[in-house]
Design a protein around this ligand. Structure first.
Ligand code: OXD
Ligand code: MN
Length: 588
């Protein structure tokens, strides 16, 4: 039975049901009883496996198809009327053409299946900052993941009332055919269509598709920002909590930073770090003229391999109950899960991510897929912020950009002002590591870590950033960090992980005018004596090296940035071209 009388919602569902032809339609009310029934049904068909209730209460294992293990950027489209509005960094097709193509793929795709109607909220239900969506899907796995990642159910429909203002999402697994897999955003219709995939990043439509791609367009039109950023609160010994939002390309330790545990010396003094979000921030200007950030999600969709008691004990603790694991190793001895680098004791009697028998003591093959995931409730996190459910979010003092650079970027620098900070974000880059296929050390530009997530022309998105700067009375200060400088043997110089708090402390002091800085051609840098190194194993000389700026390397980077900017032609904001010229002049 329908859970709403909202005509816009009912008409749209009728239309999509006529297209996909499911045998039945089930509305997700958000109750634990209904979710429990769905878990049982998924276990009975093998879609999920129930894990050891004592060791991992409420946890389940799922395997995707082998050809369906990651986001598919080459099959992700932004469909607006004019190609130029999608910009040079997005795949584009005209909406009419894409709808025609997709409608053929959805035609009868749910025959013999159930269509689940998931009403969900990005943000606290009822908050003026929340936005609502409805995802139609034929996958119980999607329903159960959405119920962890977002707030779902009747309360969302009640809050939506009769309004047609919601984001429409249609997902059908169809044949999981990679040749016909499409992840498509239609910003003008607030519509998302995903077909032929069952992998989280492609099918949990609230996440990248809505909260970033569609939301960037909403933010542009409504005067706010949707960003691929973690949100962190840093509590100093005086008990005062200051917040930052930070964007990093993948493989830069974003989840680890979001759940950072302070070094012993800081813990003794009374420092604490609170996680508000690990992936997405919606930023709005508050009545006080500051920028406020809220995490629109309700859970974490984290990469499992590499998560362990040392790298991220908070993330590991978060996954110990109510979690869905995807494509990890199944340990048959005690019906638990394992992944590479969880510990040094891989199970012998196990099943790998492909569903084959696997002996971790002997096999040379990886047991878990490198992109295997946990979907875990944010509230499980031992350091989840008391402000996590705050309807208006938290006030942001600093925005931090980062990347993985072996030599160029120093440990930390502060931008000269907002416009220069936008420039710093627009040229964000990371060097490829041996972990990824392809050449090592190749610089990939990933502006604001948004390259695959910006729902419109990236150059106009930069202009939106610049425009926002003019509207925020008390804008956050903007910084860049690089935890990944290496020595001549290729070893990391900075210890990273919890020790990154030493840098964040300096950043926060800068935001509150509590510390001086040295002006350099690239921005403001710490005086080495202003970073607390006690117990870090790093001495002041080494820190000086980490803060050094090699002008020749920077001039090479300036040339590379010019090449990158050329792609955007006339749409490139003049302010950014000016910032690049000014940087070059300062370096010379
Ligand atoms: C993610 C991503 O899964 O950025 O969060 O790819
Ligand atoms: Mn992400």
């Amino acid at each position: 039975m329908a859970l709403t009388t909202n005509k816009a919602v009912l008409d749209w569902i009728d239309e999509k049901a006529a297209l996909t032809q499911p045998d039945r339609i089930v509305w997700i009310d958000g109750s634990e009883a209904q979710l429990e029934e769905l878990r049982a049904e998924a276990c009975s068909t093998g879609e999920l496996e129930k894990l050891n209730e004592e060791k991992l209460p409420g946890c389940y294992l799922h395997r995707t198809a082998e050809n369906d293990v990651a986001r598919v950027e080459d099959r992700t489209f932004i469909c607006c009327e004019r190609k130029e509005d999608a910009g040079p960094t997005n795949n584009w097709m005209a909406p009419a053409e894409m709808y025609a193509k997709l409608n053929k793929l959805y035609d009868g795709a749910m025959k013999g299946r159930t269509m689940y109607v998931i009403p969900y909220s990005m943000g606290v239900v009822g908050s003026p900052f929340a936005k609502y969506g409805i995802e139609l899907t034929d996958s119980i796995y999607v329903v159960l993941n959405m119920a962890i990642m977002t707030r779902v159910g009747q309360a969302v429909l009640d809050a939506l009332g009769d309004s047609p203002d919601y984001v429409k999402g249609l997902h059908a697994k169809a044949g999981i055919d990679p040749e016909n897999r499409y992840i498509v955003q239609f910003p003008q219709d607030n519509t998302i269509m995903s077909v032929n995939s069952g992998y989280g990043g492609n099918v949990l439509l609230g996440k990248k598709c809505f909260a970033l791609r569609i939301a960037t367009c909403l933010g542009r039109d409504e005067g706010w920002m949707a960003e691929h950023m973690l949100i962190l609160g840093i509590q100093n010994p005086a008990g005062e909590v200051r917040y930052l939002a930070a964007a990093f390309p993948s493989a830069c330790g974003k989840t680890n930073l979001a759940m950072l545990i302070p070094p012993a010396h800081y813990l003794e003094k009374g420092w604490k770090v609170w996680c508000v979000g690990d992936d997405i921030a919606w930023l709005r200007i508050g009545e006080d003229g500051r920028l406020w950030a809220m995490n629109p999600e309700y859970g974490f969709f984290g990469v499992a391999p590499g998560t362990n008691d040392k790298s991220n004990p908070n993330a590991l603790a978060t996954t110990r109950r109510g979690t869905i694991f995807t494509n990890v190793v199944h340990n048959l001895d005690d019906n638990t899960v394992w992944w590479e680098d969880l510990d040094k004791n891989p199970p012998k009697n196990a099943v790998d991510w492909k569903g084959n028998p696997w002996n971790g003591q002997e096999s040379t093959e990886k047991g878990a897929h490198p992109n295997s995931r946990f979907t875990a409730p944010a509230k499980n996190c031992p350091c989840i912020s008391p402000e996590f459910e705050s309807p208006k979010g938290v006030p942001i003092s600093a925005i931090v950009f980062g990347g993985r650079r072996a030599k160029t970027a120093p440990l930390v620098y502060q931008s000269r002002d907002w416009d220069h900070g936008v420039f710093v974000g627009s040229v964000m880059a990371s060097e490829t590591t041996a972990a990824a296929a392809g050449a090592v050390g190749v610089v990939r530009r990933d502006p604001m870590a948004m390259l695959p997530f910006c729902g419109y022309n990236m150059a106009r998105y930069w202009q939106h950033w610049l425009d926002m700067g003019g509207k925020i009375a008390h804008p956050p200060k903007i910084f860049n960090v690089n935890w990944f400088r290496t020595d001549d043997e290729g070893r990391f110089i900075w210890p990273g992980f919890g020790d990154n708090l030493r840098v964040l402390e300096w950043i926060m002091k800068r935001c509150y005018d509590e510390v001086e800085a040295d002006e350099t051609p690239i921005g403001y840098e710490p005086r080495p004596e202003d970073i607390d190194l006690e117990g870090s194993g790093v001495d002041q000389e080494t820190l000086k090296g980490l803060l050094s700026v090699d002008k020749d390397l920077w001039l090479e980077d300036v040339a590379a940035i010019r090449d990158f900017y050329v792609k955007f032609g006339d749409t490139l904001p003049k302010t950014l071209a000016g910032e690049l010229d000014a940087l070059e002049a300062r370096l010379k």
